[in-house]
Design a protein around this ligand. Structure first.
Ligand code: PGA
Length: 252
């Protein structure tokens, strides 16, 4: 059985005090919720304060990115060693990183390897653009993202994949639960081919892209979907709480 996980990707939103307030509002509602792993991923600059604000509770912490080198002359970058001990998860290869910051599979693969070496759990994002979707290339694109980004990882690697069609991100136009289930099934097959069936069967694969309190229950009913990577709705305490609580109630 794979324990579901709901991760909030706050992106470039919230000041430090807003971040602390947001988790402060969520804690009384979310700390007692079992059967689902809860993760928030605030901006780097808020990680320390949010870690403090989450102390003694059950909500876990993640970063949104990192560089693959451990230290050195890389102005403005944050290394795996800086995140280790501060948070448990790190989102890698988000489509916004691929699109606006030129991240390729090769770079993302280096980041995945560096994160694992530092005992951080990557949340690797994969997914096709609208043009690729329209051209019927979804399967080829996710296969390419998974094989390229997960090259040479140890068979014991602890990581998560998020399938996020770019056309669904921030658009209010989520994939249907059937479509998301189908593509996640394909992602799992690709992983099985690379690292074997038992690794693939224990791997949690999330759906992301306009997840809301209105569509999470339907998505979570699907056998292949192990949770959600939530952007916009993770910035609203009540919406995120509802998403987590509905996820905790799904039996499959
Ligand atoms: P969204 O973003 O939920 O706002 O669509 C998801 C993501 O980019 O991770």
């Amino acid at each position: 059985m794979r324990i579901p996980i709901i991760a909030g990707n706050w992106k470039m939103n919230t000041t430090v005090s807003e971040a602390v307030k947001l988790v402060g509002d969520m804690r009384p509602l979310l700390d007692p919720v079992n059967n689902v792993e809860k993760v928030v991923c605030p901006p780097f600059i808020s990680l320390t304060a949010v870690k403090e604000a989450l102390k003694g509770g059950s909500i876990k912490l993640g970063a949104q990115n990192m560089y693959f080198e451990e230290k050195g002359a890389f102005t403005g970058e944050v290394s795996p060693l800086m995140l280790a001990g501060l948070c448990e998860y790190v989102i890698l290869g988000h489509s916004e990183r691929r699109q606006y910051f030129g991240e390729t599979n090769e770079i993302i693969n280096k980041k995945v390897l560096a994160a694992l070496k530092a005992n951080l759990k990557p949340i690797l994002c994969v997914g096709e653009s609208l043009a690729q979707y329209d051209a019927g290339q979804t399967e080829a694109v996710v296969t390419d993202h998974v094989t390229g980004s997960l090259k040479d990882i140890p068979a014991s690697a602890s990581l998560i994949i998020a399938y996020e069609p770019v056309w669904a991100i921030g658009t209010g136009k989520a994939a249907t639960s059937e479509q998301a289930n189908k593509i996640i099934g394909i992602v799992r097959k690709v992983v099985a081919k690379m690292y074997g069936d038992s690794f693939a069967q224990s791997l949690r694969i999330l759906y992301g892209g306009s997840v809301t309190a209105d569509n999470i229950a339907e998505l979570m009913k699907q056998p292949e979907i192990d949770g959600g990577l939530v952007g916009g709705a993770s910035l609203k305490g009540d919406a995120f709480t509802s998403i987590v609580k509905q996820t905790a109630q799904v039996n499959k």
